[in-house]
Design a protein around this ligand. Sequence first.
Ligand code: R5P
Length: 312
Amino acid sequence: MPRNNLKIKVFSGNSNLGLANELAKKLNIKLGEVEITKFPNSEKRIMVKEDVRDKICFLIQSFSNPTDENIMEFLLFCDALKRSEAEKIIAIIPYFGYARQNMQFREGECISANVVARLLSLYVDKIITVDIHDPTIEGFFNIPLINLKPYEVFYNEVKKIAHISKVCIVSPDSGGVKRAREFGEVIFRKNFFPMAVVDKKRDRQAVGKAESYDVFGDVKNKVVFIIDDILSSGGTLRRACDICLEKGAKKVFAFVTHHDLVDGVLEKLLNCKIEKIFTINTIADIWGLKDKKIFKELSAAELIAQEIKKYY
Ligand code: R5P
């Protein structure tokens, strides 16, 4: 029987209902009732159909493609909850879009992550997210931000595919070194382990284009585990895989938290030399990755459920 005497309520926007439903099942609760209307001119309207007065409301929404629409839907949802006198709103943002735009890469650019942070600060009391691109974004907020690390979710898979003594952890760019180190510490259960870094250069004039040149570290005869936060055009991952194989790696597996794929990338990935890409359901599986042999989608539900349970 679902629990209804709790101080908390869990609501979900439309962006990732699969994960939201899984989470509700884990928590043994029903998702809060809401009416989300999309008018023919694309405007949305949200109506909360539950008594949320004095409740702590968790609101799940991935800021994934269509990013702007999902963010706007989230903000409207918050407004509806506030007007219904929710005591607190805790945002659960499994995928935090715009996080890659965290600084002015070229003079004259906006800093989108900062804009999103300021908008969120107007409505929510706390943010729970998963593997945000750059954890220092926390500094954009005046509210708590919990960045859940996905390494234990991946760890269960690691044990099935290779003996740890043969593994080398690879970051596909210098920005991901900290993530790779943390992942390595979890799977090796110690601080020192074989690690390498791909030297990736980005062309800031061309959207989503990157060139990788070399790999620093010894991957020869190793089973390479590439760890990254986002899979989008797939360029970073494919180049990292190719360079590791060129340098003598035996096999390459990838662990990438968010599958924020763009058009046309799936075909390219299906033909690349990666053994398997492990990813997590922080974004709805609109590409049918579940049916593709190269992908294995894991769940973030337990990771997030543990955070919500702290409020029981
Ligand atoms: C970049 O700094 C990120 O950590 C990812 O490596 C990047 O966003 C992946 O993008 P793509 O798949 O388009 O190369």
